[in-house]
Ligand binder design. Structure first.
Ligand SMILES: [Fe+2]
Ligand SMILES: [Fe+2]
Length: 271
């Protein structure tokens, strides 16, 4: 247990607890007025993750690693519970028990995958067992490319249909990321022979180009929504939320690229 363990854990928790808190809000906004029980549950998760976020912000790199290890267990527990909640909602939607509710099944599934990812990261940190670099590169990219492909689809479906140009752009991003995801899965299936430095480096470079342009598209969409310049049913916080997730993916790509090519690791986000 070391300082790196503490900073790494806090970085993950600070990022993902805010994300989980916002998911609770988005889910709540999609329920019908009569779904009071589900709305209450969503509110409880909002408070839970808000408290976790505050606690994470009160710790520093100098906090005792054992305290952080305990904290990781506590947060892991919360992430498991919100995962169960999200899967329950998915089940209700897919069996038509919430007719007229405004959450897409793919969005609910998507947020549950993010909760599961968060949970897994905490498990790995506490076990001191991060994936070896070549495996981490493929696993993280397979995860995040699907996340990005989903975001493009959500944006395309939540923009007003009259925003034809933007809907078209969102569909192009969706196709682009579907292809990148297939390519990542091809590399995955060709393991371990596919895990050469040149192939992985090219993989990261190619993904970075598309993630950067999607990130810029999300930033533009966010700014236009905030300024009320386009027609949509996208909550401004959702626009910012998906933008931050793209930034996170870019940061991870750069971190892998530096580790692969022996450049010093960026540390800014871990401080
Ligand atoms: Fe999210
Ligand atoms: Fe997401």
């Amino acid at each position: 247990m070391s300082n790196a363990f503490v900073t790494r854990s806090l970085d993950e928790i600070r990022f993902w607890s805010r994300i989980m808190k916002e998911h609770s809000l988005f889910l709540k906004l999609g329920f019908r007025c009569e779904d009071t029980q589900l709305i209450n549950e969503a509110n409880q998760f909002y408070s839970l993750f808000e408290a976790i976020e505050n606690k994470a912000n009160s710790y520093t790199a100098a906090t005792d690693p054992q305290t952080i290890q305990q904290f990781n267990v506590e947060v892991h527990n919360a992430a498991s519970h919100i995962w169960v909640f999200k899967r329950k909602i998915l089940g209700l939607i897919l069996t038509c028990k919430l007719p007229g509710a405004n959450n897409f099944p793919l969005l609910v599934d998507h947020t549950s995958r993010e909760a599961f990812y968060f949970r897994t990261r905490l498990e790995q940190l506490n076990a001191g067992k991060l994936d070896p670099l070549p495996d981490a590169i493929i696993n993280e990219n397979v995860f995040f490319l699907k996340i990005m492909a989903d975001h493009a689809k959500f944006i395309g479906h939540l923009l007003d249909p009259s925003e034809r140009k933007l809907v078209d752009q969102a569909r192009q991003f969706s196709d682009d990321f579907d292809k990148l995801l297939f390519q990542a899965q091809d590399l995955d299936h060709m393991r371990p022979q596919s895990q050469t430095v040149p192939l992985l480096d090219q993989f990261l470079d190619q993904n970075r180009v598309s993630v950067k342009s999607l990130r810029d598209f999300k930033k533009t969409a966010r700014d236009l929504i905030e300024a009320c310049r386009i027609k949509s049913i996208i909550h401004p916080l959702l626009a910012d939320h998906v933008f931050r997730e793209a930034e996170r993916f870019l940061f991870i790509i750069d971190m892998f690229d530096n580790a692969l090519t022996g450049k010093p690791m960026p540390t800014a986000r871990f401080d």
